[in-house]
Write a protein that binds this ligand. Structure first.
Ligand SMILES: [Zn+2]
Length: 233
């Protein structure tokens, strides 16, 4: 699958495909106002909108801290006395605590750095054709932007090629979208376990939970001027 087939930007290549952009605007656009189901816990939008723009597809990865790179060369070469074992466990707990605190700090700083950019992406009156244009407005270089994105993410996350103006378009495959003719959120599977856990959570979802969810969707749509499709996502 090439980059373009996953991007929110669909290029009209032939007359037979001119219908696709209409489908995209009808079913793939996430409301900038979000919906009730977007808010969960402290997260503003649990679906991750607006999505961060990228000039090309990138895959983030964890960068190990220096002490992790050193590795643990503490070979268990015999019986250790209790004091030594306790001290080792204490040091491990201390080290884990420090790492967690450093991670939280790093993510908070990255979030702060990206806040002006996110605000502009959420602004219905703002429009940026290119990432460069957007970054200039936020006084960020490409490298600073990428560093913040890496700092913000844990593990491997795929960021697809996307223009700033496409930040609220869900990822799709043009061919599948035409066949499916409804909203999709296509994603690469880069973690087998996460994929299985995701499927199992749906398979094991109690029916009454789904019924309650659908009831709340209907009630919310009636009360507010919310796009019904957004509520269902
Ligand atoms: Zn949302």
């Amino acid at each position: 699958m090439c980059n373009d087939s996953l991007t929110g930007t669909y290029r009209v290549r032939s007359p037979t495909q001119t219908r696709t952009p209409k489908i995209v605007s009808e079913v793939q656009v996430h409301s900038r106002n979000h919906s009730k189901s977007c808010k969960k816990g402290n997260v503003e939008c649990r679906f991750g909108f607006p999505k961060l723009p990228m000039d090309k597809m990138i895959l983030t990865y964890d960068t190990p801290s220096p002490d992790e790179e050193d590795g643990n060369d503490d070979d268990n070469d015999g019986v250790k006395d209790d004091n030594e074992e306790q001290s080792r466990r204490g040091n491990e707990a201390k080290s884990a605590g420090k790492k967690k605190a450093a991670l939280v700090k790093k993510q908070r700083e990255a979030r702060d750095k990206l806040k002006p950019l996110r605000n502009l992406l959420c602004d219905p009156n703002a429009s940026f054709d290119t990432l460069t244009e957007l970054l200039e407005k936020c006084n960020l270089t490409h490298q600073q932007y990428l560093d913040a994105v890496f700092d913000l993410t844990i593990g491997s996350v795929l960021y697809i090629k996307r223009r700033p103006n496409d930040c609220c378009i869900n990822a799709y495959n043009p061919v599948l979208l035409r066949a499916w003719n409804a909203n999709m959120d296509i994603q690469y599977v880069i973690d087998d376990y996460s994929c299985m856990a995701y499927m199992m959570s749906y398979l094991s979802k109690p029916e009454h939970e789904m019924t309650e969810h659908l009831k709340s969707v209907v009630s919310d749509v009636k009360q507010r001027n919310v796009n019904e499709r957004d509520e269902m996502i």
